[in-house]
Every structure is written in structure tokens, then in C-alpha cells.
Design a protein. Structure first.
Length: 321
């Protein structure tokens, strides 16, 4: 195999997929197919760092922002999450954490399959809502987010706070939306995530109100006033924000894996899509000590559920959506 050529091919292909996914909200392939090719690229780049291309998707989070929206510069950078696709990869994460933290406690949360949202409250009043964008600059979607019924316009306390979470389209509303699009002769959305992203980019905010988006918040991005992730979640809830109730503590791999297995069983019965489980170090000062890479926090990992297909089928199957 000509490695240089393969890296070029993968970079170009992944950039094309990422543009369709993040910017056009119209994915060309299944997420698992994207992840598979992305993995291949990272493996080749790690083995041949001199061949990494300037436009490699490994350099960036998300994609460029749309021109129709005002740009918003995040006061606190939004990171992506490192992926794990097997028990061994979660185990390797646990081992890395243990090198720096003695007896870590983890909190395991559902990985909601929506899009990242940053909410800025000043004096308890919602001032700005923005997409993640490239992590530093996102799109200002304040007027759109104000149309999501479960986002409080005013918190229960008059505080300044920046919170992060996920906006998503409940499955029921996704089905309703696609049904009415079909009746109108419009193209159906590929999945609830893309429908949610497309909805938040509607300039007509009445459309946003009609589609019934919802949110789960999971992070205090401004310097946290709490000691643990669990305390942050309870605090966000007390402020009137919606927090997902499915979460557990874990202190070892057996407990982490038991939660992953439980979640993969209940996944189909949930009212919303998830694509995995996020495992986070619970103690925030331990999180600070672990820090970040350019793209990811070192104190968290996202275990992604396997694709429905066996790996041997991957290359022979058409994964277009
Ligand atoms: P990601 O979706 O794999 O994980 C990071 C995101 O998870 C965070 O930014 C956050 O928004 C979200 N999240 C959900 N629940 C969370 C929780 N409880 N705690 C913390 N974060 C939570 O990473 P990404 O960079 O947003 O996107 C990469 C993924 O997008 C790829 O793995 C791929 O599956 C998909 N993608 C698909 C295509 C395609 O063509 N189908 C193209 C590009 C990307």
C-alpha cells in the first residue's frame, strides 16, 4: 500500500463526509463507517507523523461555521471526546487515569446523540446560546434555542454561568417530522441528530418551536463552584436545567462495563437516541490535574456502541444513508 496516497485519500474522503455531516446536516455515510475510516487515518498518521496533511480532520473539532449565522467566540473552549470502541480501549483509559490519580471514582453518563450546545446565563437570564463550531468559535443560535421549551430563559438563581449540553430531537418528534416532510414531498432527515442540527439552523424560529427539540445539560463550563461532576449535575438541575437521570458511579472496570451492558440493553427503549456511554473522572480537581490534549479532555472517554454490522462486512457494505 502506498501510505502517502492512502492518507491523502482518507483525508479527502473524511473531510467531504464531515462537511456533509456538520455543515449540511445531510450525512453521506453512517457514523460507524466514518469512525472506521477515521480510525484507519489516525493509525496511519500515528505510524507516519511526517505524512500528516495540513487539512487532516485529526487537527480539528467539528467543522466550519455557517455564514448565515453570527459567530460567537466561546469564553471557554468546547472539546470533543476521545472514542473507545472496545472494552480494552476503556481499560486503557482507566490505566492512564490511574497513573495520575489514585483510586479514581468515575461517573458514567449516557452519550446523547444530538449536537453540542453552550448556554450563557448572566444574572440568571439566558443571554446567548451557541453551537460548538470548531470549539473556539460557534454559531450564535440564541433565538432558535429560546424556542426549545425545556431551556429555562431564567434560572432559579441570579447567577453568571456557562453550561454545556446536548440538544436533541426525541424519537417521537423525529418520526412525526419525517412523516410530514414525506407528505410535503420533502427529503426525510437521515436521523434525529441531523434533524436536530438542521432545525437549530432554521432562521425561521417558528419552525424550531414546532419541531419539539429538547435538551440535556451536563457540564458547567465556567469555573465550577462544585467539587464533583455529580454535584455539578445536581446543581444544574436545581437551577432548572434538564439533566439526564441515567448515571452511575464506578470505581473499576467491572462496574463501568456493567453499566455499558445495561445501557446497551435499554438503548432501544429510550425516548431519544444515544450513541454510547461517557465515562468521566468524578472529582473536578482530579480532572484539572489530568488536563486536556489539543482535542480531548484526558479525564473522560466516550465508549461508542458497535455498529450493527460485523467488522468483516464493513468494506463490502454500502454504508451510504
Ligand atoms: P462525538 O460525538 O464522538 O463526541 C463528543 C460529543 O459528545 C460532545 O461534543 C458532546 O456534544 C457529546 N455528548 C453527548 N453526551 C455527552 C455527555 N453526557 N457528556 C459529554 N459529552 C456528551 O464527537 P464529535 O467530535 O462531536 O463528532 C464525531 C463523531 O461525529 C464521529 O465519531 C462520527 O460518528 C460523527 N461524524 C459522522 C460523519 C458522517 O459522515 N456520518 C461525519 C463526521 C462526524
Amino acid at each position: 500500500m502506498n501510505v502517502d496516497l492512502r492518507i491523502k485519500e482518507l483525508t479527502e474522503q473524511l473531510n467531504q463526509y464531515a462537511h456533509a455531516y456538520y455543515t449540511l446536516d445531510a450525512p453521506l455515510v453512517e457514523d460507524a463507517a466514518y469512525d472506521y475510516l477515521y480510525r484507519e487515518l489516525i493509525t496511519l498518521e500515528d505510524a507516519h507523523p511526517n505524512l500528516v496533511r495540513a487539512d487532516s480532520p485529526s487537527h480539528r473539532t467539528g467543522d466550519v461555521i455557517l455564514s448565515g449565522f453570527e459567530k460567537y467566540t466561546h469564553a471557554y473552549r468546547l472539546y470533543s471526546l476521545q472514542d473507545a470502541f472496545s472494552r480494552e480501549e476503556v481499560e486503557a483509559f482507566d490505566n492512564r487515569v490511574r497513573k495520575q490519580v489514585e483510586n479514581p471514582e468515575y461517573i458514567c453518563e449516557l452519550k446523547i446523540d444530538g449536537l453540542s450546545l453552550s448556554l450563557v446565563y448572566e444574572g440568571g437570564v439566558l443571554q446567548t446560546a451557541a453551537t460548538r463550531g470548531d470549539g473556539s468559535i460557534g454559531e450564535n443560535i440564541t433565538e432558535q434555542v429560546k424556542r426549545i421549551k425545556d431551556v429555562p430563559l431564567v434560572l432559579t438563581e441570579p447567577i453568571d454561568i456557562v453550561v454545556r449540553g446536548e440538544a436533541y430531537l426525541p424519537r417521537k418528534n423525529f418520526q412525526k417530522l419525517n412523516q410530514s416532510r414525506e407528505e410535503e414531498g420533502l427529503a426525510a432527515f437521515a436521523n434525529p441528530r441531523n434533524a436536530a442540527a438542521g432545525t437549530l439552523r432554521q432562521l425561521d424560529t417558528k419552525v424550531v418551536a414546532k419541531r419539539g427539540l429538547a435538551t440535556f445539560l451536563y457540564q458547567e463550563a465556567s469555573p465550577a463552584t462544585n467539587d464533583t461532576q455529580e454535584a455539578v449535575l445536581s446543581y444544574l438541575e436545581s437551577l432548572g436545567l434538564v439533566v439526564n437521570e441515567q448515571r452511575v458511579f464506578a470505581t473499576n472496570m467491572t462496574e463501568i462495563w456493567a453499566f455499558i451492558e445495561k445501557v446497551s440493553e435499554l438503548r432501544e427503549s429510550l425516548a431519544y437516541d444515544i450513541d454510547g456511554v461517557v465515562i468521566k473522572v468524578n472529582n473536578l480537581s482530579e480532572q484539572d490535574a489530568l488536563g486536556f490534549t489539543v482535542k480531548f479532555p484526558k479525564w473522560a472517554i466516550a465508549y461508542k456502541f458497535p455498529a450493527e454490522l460485523a467488522e468483516t462486512d464493513i468494506l463490502s457494505v454500502d454504508w451510504t444513508v
